[in-house]
Structures are given as C-alpha cells and as structure tokens.
Design a binder for this molecule. Sequence first.
Ligand code: AMP
Ligand code: GLY
Length: 429
Amino acid sequence: MNKDVLDILVVGGGGREHAIIRKLKESSRCGKLYCTPGNGGISRDAECFDVKADDISGVAALAKQIKADLVFVAPDDPLVAGMVDTLEKEGIAAFGPNADAAIIEGSKVFSKRLMKKYNIPTADYEVFDNPSEALSYIRRRGRYPAVIKADGLALGKGVILCEDYVEAKAAIKSIMQDRIFGASGKRVVVEEFLTGPEVSVLAFTDGKTIYPMASAKDHKRVFDGDMGPNTGGMGTISPNPHYDEKTAEYCMQNIFKPTIEAMRKEGRPFKGCLFFGLMLTPDGPKVIEYNCRFGDPETQVVLPRLKTDLIEIISAIRDERLHEISVEWTDDACACVVMASGGYPGEYRKGLKIKGLDKNGQLKGAMIFHAGTRYNEGEFFTNGGRVLGVTAKAPSLDKALARAYDSVAKISFADAHYRRDIGKGFYLK
Ligand code: AMP
Ligand code: GLY
C-alpha cells in the first residue's frame, strides 16, 4: 500500500460498515469508496455491488474488476472463512485478520484454551463433544445458571443461559443434536456464570502493538430494562461509564497485551481490530468473548470519536509499524439508538417507507448509520431487522443521548421499535 490515495472496497452491509465508510471518507488519503453488498444509506456514500459478504471468490473478482487498492473485510463470517488469506494470495491488499487468527472468534474452544494456557482471566469451563457427558457434568456440578456455548459462529446467538437442569437438557439437545447452529454445535463449552457490568473494548493491533480504542457499552436485549430476547444490539454509548482508568490499565496488562502475545506465540499473529467483550466481575475484569472484528453497533459510537486518520492506522497495521504512530480520541461522548423493525429479533415486515431523512439518508444534528435499508429514487425503505443507528456526539453523554433521541423523534416508519433507555440506568448493572 505505497500509494497515497487508496480506492477502497468495504465488505459488509450494516451500520458498522456505514460508520467505517463515513470515517474512511474523512481521510485525505481516501479515493473511491466501494461497498458490497452495502445498503440504502451506504449507497449514498459509496458505490455498492451485489456480491454477498461471505462470497470469497466473488469479492476477490470484484476487487480485481474495480481495481481496489484495499479491501476492508468487516464481518466475522468471511474473516473466519479466510477471505483475507484468499485476497492476499491473489495479490490484493486487505485489512482484517487471517483465518488462523480469526479463529479467536470462530472457535470458543480455541479461545478458552488460549486464555487458560496464557492465564488470561475468564470464566472456568469444560469442553464437550458428547451430549450425555456434557449433561452429566452439568448435573454433577449442580450450579445454575449454567452457561452453554456452541463452539462456532452462531450469529451472536450461540450462548444459552440455563436456569435449571431441564433448561440445560433442552439447550444441549438443540445445540448438539438438533444442530440449530449447524456444525458450530459439534462441541460446546460449559462455563461458570459470571456477574457484573459488561464493557466492549475494540483495539487496533498489528500483532505486536495494541492500542485499545475508546470503550463502549452495548444494549443487547430488545426491550427497555434489559428485557426480552437478545438482539445484535439495540444501542450503544461511548465511553462506557463503568470503565475507569484503573480498570483500563488492569485490562491492558492482564488481558490485552497477553492476548496478542499469546496469539503471536501460537504462530497466529492477529492483525486488524480485536474486540474484547469483558465483564467487570467482583473478582476483576474477565473475558466473556473475543471477536475478530469491529463490533456492531459499537463501531457506530467509537469511530466518530477517532481523531487520527483511519487510513494511516490501517497502513501502519498492515506494515506492522503501529508503534510508530499515536492514535487520538476526542473527549466527546457518543450515543447510538437503534431503530428496528417491529417484531425484531423475530419476524418483521420489510419495504416500509422511512420518513424524516434527507435525500442522502441523513438528518441535521445527527449521524444516521444505515443498517437494514434500501434506496429507491430518492426514498429509503426498511430492509432488515435493525434499520437505522441514530447517532450523536456531544461534550457529555447526557447531551449526546438527548441529541440522538431528538433525531429519533423526527424519523418514522410503520412498526418502528427502539429502546427508550439507552445509556440510562447503566449504574444499576
Ligand atoms: P457472547 O456471545 O459470548 O458475547 O455472549 C452473549 C451474552 O451472554 C454476553 O453478552 C453475556 O451477557 C452473556 N454471557 C456470556 N457468557 C457469560 C458468562 N460466563 N456468565 C454470564 N453471562 C454470560
Ligand atoms: N455488539 C456485539 C458484536 O458486534 O458482536
């Protein structure tokens, strides 16, 4: 990537990818922007194509056809399946970890064993590939809730918290025998139930140096008061009010640095964005999960706070000279309220007209990151479960939240659902 100005193809099509594209656009080194498959809002910022995000050979062919200087692979599936490896083999520069590093998200068994081997704090666990052995262990242990996790990727739904043996039995059956998550359920991790506030920390790393980004808090449940089923995320705030400097320092020394060192020692250097899902337990911070990519909707509140040129950071990561640059953040807070289709994460309608946005799908005073939208002749229509991430930045969290909610009030579509308590009551958890 010796060129100064880069034409970039972003792979993916959600709010995270829209936030990435918006940030890339701010760079003086940003040339043409492409996205596949993108969405309605992204199509106002980048030229979109209809190659699916997990179509590895299709993306490689597209990158060649449009002569992209860099492919930014954002979602977990193509990373875990080795899209970056294929692109690099074909001589196309890519941003994201190779498959042998992306396994840190792709296999919970891998990540748990890594943490145990390198003394990285996490919940105690056992691994099973036999359903009856898993169940007799759970019965013998007799402690509930029992946490059961499918080994592989499961659209963020592979974790089941079981209140008693009957629930555990049903969970083991559906994961390991009915295979509701497919081959991801061949093995399970059964682990200790942890308590405490959750924190998302994304980090830039070139495999040697690691720079944590501003912290964030996700709101995973669909209804106010953290009720209802888990979703991909109904809103985020940054910074996370629970994550103070002392905690950050502890995590740097005991979690972040040891993790990238462990990956290097295993011969799997991680280059890209590594996401730490942490729980601040009474015994100190512990890792709940690793993701091999930017989080969604964490990215929507973290990247707007980034002052340093994102393309400079990507270049430094690719060239393994991240230590040579510094990464700066604004002191502003950022809040994102997700407007979802009524019924999500279950069934919902699509194709409903969205009112209140300008012709670019934006609204003055906020950043509208599109997730499930479609563009047609100057109008936007719903096209997915999470529709828009209505985001605002301000000197304080309260102001950022007020601005985000002011904007939400100006946008409408039939059946729209959003949480009214994003960023509120965080002190209770
Ligand atoms: P994950 O997909 O691993 O992030 O898990 C989804 C959610 O399940 C997390 O955000 C936590 O709220 C919860 N969870 C996962 N593991 C545990 C655990 N060991 N103890 C308590 N809650 C957990
Ligand atoms: N918001 C959590 C994730 O991206 O997996």
